[in-house]
Design a protein around this ligand. Structure first.
Ligand code: HEC
Length: 121
């Protein structure tokens, strides 16, 4: 009987362990948002990746994670480079998941108060 419990708890520990491992390797929107804020991307690109005077628009419809990683590691422009030691591939994949979760802005024609208004410039 005691052996049965020992085997059961070993199997349980193994399955919880592999579930956690799978969880950490899958890109996560929540983790991506946290990293985007923590390492300062939002300072220049805005909290929704909408862009600002200091950085381009990154979302909606962001570049794929590999392209983001390639750009941020090699940039020599006004944007500081982020090496793989600072931001790992899986952290960049999380950022890409966050940017990919940001919906496009609604068309003004779907907002009653703005419907039919023409831009002034
Ligand atoms: C100090 C301001 C600043 C910070 C902080 C910053 N960026 Fe940028 N980023 C820029 C600027 C400016 C550009 C345009 C650079 C250029 O065209 O050479 C840019 C360009 C990019 C591009 C290329 C966009 C395109 O369509 O070509 C990506 C991707 C990007 N940034 C991602 C990030 C990520 C992810 C972070 C955080 C890890 C970050 N940036 C932090 C200023 C910043």
């Amino acid at each position: 009987m005691r052996q049965y419990y020992a085997i059961t708890s070993i199997l349980l520990a193994l399955s919880v362990g592999s579930a956690l491992a799978a969880e950490t390797t899958k890109p996560s929107v929540a983790r991506g948002r946290e990293i985007f804020m923590k390492v300062g991307c939002y300072h220049c690109h805005g909290t929704q990746g909408q862009g600002s005077g200091a950085g381009l628009r990154l979302a909606p419809d962001p570049l794929p994670a590999e392209a983001i990683a390639q750009f941020i590691r090699a940039t020599t422009s006004t944007m500081p480079a982020y090496s793989a030691e600072v931001l790992s591939d899986s952290q960049v994949a999380d950022i890409a998941a966050y940017l990919g979760s940001i919906p496009a802005a609604r068309s003004p024609d779907t907002i009653p108060a703005l419907k039919g208004l023409k831009p002034t410039q």
